[in-house]
Design a binder for this molecule. Structure first.
Ligand code: ADP
Ligand code: ZN
Ligand code: ZN
Length: 736
């Protein structure tokens, strides 16, 4: 991308607009060109607006006449380094995304809005040459100054914030300054502090963990999948790998699912690395704090960067390893805007930087498992639970023909009671929040539908509301049928709220803790809610998949899965995979401590072969069977798949758009045994927020066959002038 002209006075910029190209501008008026370099942000005029753009290149001339000048330079130094810029451009090509939108996705909100990075610059105290040359005991008569000097000698320069946290007074610093031993310099920001758990000595690695760690050299790129059941010590392996990376003077990037970035996780990592600078990038931070954390990572100041999906787009100039925890988790794939997969991009980043990439999961995605089984990834396993924990016993409870009480079989309720009576904890998993997923009239059959989506409204009894879980439409609960005015309304099916009512009544002597999106507005709230459970007192936990991950609750000995059937009969070919992952993850909550665990799985179809396979043999054989099914059906990961999506209030327009899109693509590459087209077909949720949604699906033997097709399609579709129609290309789509 370097330019070789004599006078590179044209700025080539990535502008956050939905067009797949860069834009040329003149430099801001009167600016000294030597202050400009790629990676800086500038304000530019665009279509009557003022936007934050990123300088990508400086070139001597532009094919366009009449360029406008950029308005103002924002950063005194680049915020994106060259590696990160190359990476973002690669991702833009791969996902057929506008590169300006990728830069915007990479930036934290405050920087996206144009706040100067210098706002967060830190003052750093460092030793002068004289200070470095001082004999060790020179200041022994001024112990405070001696202590500060020692700190700077041992740990290098310290920021003003760090010095304050360590109680070094301004007077001490001034005294050393007066002696000419230390000096202040301006430098990068430090991330906001993370409260650490009490430091504990790391456990001795077991033989399997040792082997896994030995298989990952830190000095070059390698791709590994670590398959290990819950509690087998994967996190311990991550921590050791991070330690090696940090010792080598590099940064470690740890990606976690949205649900997994809990204060508990952060405390565990902070406790292990008390002397290290840790930047956590998550939605719980205030805008300013998030920018601060991001800039400390981008400046190479932060040693450890922990974040959810978008953290993969952060510049990391000293990157030493990328670890993706719970790599199967759906939240790593962005579902709107630039539809990138952070897990897949992790591989690209690791290859670019020449560092190891480790994907870990108890229930690997079929994509990663396929890569491991075909030898593209190194397949690492942890087969035993670490420490004393034993694998739980799993039992199927058939529910068809049983007298259920709010969805629970009598023997299940009995087991819950016995568990609590023994002073242990039980966890009940229910995959729906709210009181009931539908409300109906017994007399005329009226059903409460969402007026904007093709879905039913969920009844939330406590708030006396009916809510759409797809578009968040809300209305107050009705007492009578709006159609026939009958007062005989029934709530169909079960949800967390409904089960909570029953369980709280049945087990009134014990705390019943409900965990779902309605009870936990924030990660901190979840942490607080679970505090009594962590204390180890007998209690009953009940909730949605939020309970399935990340929480180490050693006193849980019984796990109940209220309904295992939902995902087995879905129209989405990925549904069985997700169901298997969820069941295995929930089951993995049982018996994490010294006590043995038991899992009860309720099902109407206990003889379903996939369910049998999952419960008898575990997720591994189950997933391998699903892979064979996918091969027969010619579906991912055995084939590459992309969707072209369109949505519109007027369904006909979306369909017509996609018909033409398909014709365009077929003109370039007709259907063949290597390349097939499907659609336009309606999305699984056909109408959402008032718009009808359709897609065309393209599957190919190789990813490379899809790229030119999609590039051509985007070229054509960018000319679409129908402002009410939205379209998108979804490479490696995860949702139908
Ligand atoms: P995972 O990430 O696979 O669920 P963790 O790393 O969280 O597993 O380990 C589960 C529990 O076992 C934790 O409490 C952890 O401290 C402990 N543990 C991990 N490795 C060892 C080991 N080698 N020896 C003893 N305990 C261990
Ligand atoms: Zn009615
Ligand atoms: Zn809706």
């Amino acid at each position: 991308m370097a330019s070789d002209g004599a006078n590179p006075a044209i700025l080539r910029l990535a502008v956050p607009v939905p067009l797949r190209r860069l834009f040329d501008y003149l430099p801001p008026e009167g600016i000294d060109l030597s202050t400009l370099s790629p990676g800086q942000r500038l304000w530019v005029p665009f279509g009557g607006r003022k936007l934050v753009a990123v300088l990508v290149d400086m070139v001597p001339e532009s094919p366009l006449a009449q360029l406008k000048p950029a308005l103002e330079l924002i950063d005194s130094a680049p915020v994106f380094d060259g590696c990160c810029r190359d990476f973002l451009h690669w991702a833009a090509d791969y996902y057929q995304a506008p590169v300006g939108e990728l830069y915007a996705a990479a930036l934290p909100a405050a920087l996206r809005k144009g706040k100067p990075a210098d706002h967060w610059a830190e003052q750093w105290l460092q030793l002068t040459t004289e200070g470095k040359g001082l004999p060790e005991t020179a200041l022994s008569r001024a112990p405070k100054q001696q202590a500060l000097l020692q700190l700077l000698l041992e740990r290098g320069r310290q920021s003003r914030t760090q010095l304050k946290a360590l109680d070094h007074s301004t007077a001490t610093i001034r005294a050393l300054q007066d002696r000419g031993l230390v000096e202040w310099i301006a430098g990068p920001t430090v991330p906001p502090a993370i409260p650490a758990a009490e430091a504990t000595a790391p456990p001795e690695l077991n033989e399997e963990q040792r082997q896994v760690l030995d298989a990952i050299p830190v000095d070059r790129f390698s791709a590994s999948l670590l398959e290990g059941t819950t509690g087998s010590g994967k996190t311990e392996v991550y921590l050791r790998l991070m330690e090696q990376v940090l010792t080598g003077g590099k940064q470690a990037l740890l990606l976690v699912p949205e649900i997994g970035l809990t204060p508990q996780t952060l405390r565990r990592i902070a406790a292990r690395f008390p002397d290290r600078s840790i930047a956590a990038l998550h939605s719980g931070l205030a805008e300013g704090e998030r920018a601060q954390a991001w800039l400390s990572a981008a400046a190479g100041q932060a040693d450890i960067v922990i974040g959810t999906r978008s953290a993969i787009l952060t510049p990391l100039p000293r990157l030493g390893a990328v670890i993706v925890d719970e790599e199967h988790d759906g939240s790593f794939k962005q579902q709107d805007g630039v539809r990138y997969s952070a897990r897949d991009l992790a591989m690209v980043l690791g290859r670019n930087a020449g560092v190891p990439v480790l994907l870990g999961s108890a229930t690997p995605s079929l994509e990663s498992l396929h890569n491991a089984l075909s030898g593209r990834y190194q397949h690492l396993r942890l087969r035993q639970r670490a420490g004393n924990a034993r694998p739980p016993q799993i039992h199927l409870v058939p529910t068809l023909g049983q007298q259920l009480e709010e969805g629970f079989a009598p023997q299940v309720l009995r087991h819950i009671g016995e568990t609590l009576a023994r002073g242990e904890q039980a966890l009940v998993f229910i995959n729906r929040r709210g009181f009931a997923p539908a409300l109906t009239c017994d007399d005329c059959g009226w059903l409460a539908d969402c007026p904007h989506c093709s879905s039913k409204l969920t009844m939330h009894r406590r708030q006396r509301q009916l809510r759409c879980h797809h578009c968040d439409y809300r209305r107050s609960l009705v007492d009578s049928c709006p159609q026939c005015h009958s007062r005989s309304l029934s709530a169909l099916g079960g949800g967390t709220e409904r089960s909570e009512e029953l369980l709280a009544r049945r087990f009134a002597d014990y705390p019943v803790i409900r965990v779902d999106r309605d009870t936990t507005a924030s990660k901190q709230a979840l942490d607080r809610l679970l505090a009594p459970a962590r204390d180890g007192k007998p209690c009953l936990l009940l909730g949605t998949q939020m309970l399935a991950k990340g929480h180490h609750l050693p006193r849980v000995t019984l796990v109940v899965i209220q309904d295992a059937d939902g995902g087995l009969f879905s129209a989405d070919f990925r549904a069985p995979e997700r169901t298997g992952q969820l069941l295995e993850q929930v089951a993995g909550r049982a018996g994490r401590g010294d006590l043995p665990g038991r899992v009860l799985v309720q099902s109407r179809y206990p003889e379903h072969p996939l369910l049998q396979l999952l419960l008898e043999k575990g997720y591994g054989p189950f997933a391998r069977q699903l892979l064979r099914d996918r091969a027969v059906a010619q579906l991912p990961p055995l084939r590459a798949m992309a969707l072209v999506r369109a949505e519109c209030e007027e369904p006909r327009w979306a369909e017509e758009f996609l018909e033409t899109a398909r014709t365009q693509m077929q003109a370039l590459a007709p259907p063949s045994p290597q390349l097939s087209y499907l659609g336009p077909v309606p999305a699984l949720l056909e109408r959402k927020s008032g718009r009808f949604r359709f897609y065309v699906q393209i599957t190919a033997e190789k990813r490379g066959q899809l790229q030119p097709l999609l590039a051509r399609l985007c070229q054509w579709a960018e000319g679409n002038r129908n402002r009410r129609l939205r379209w998108a290309v979804d490479m490696d789509a995860q949702e139908l």
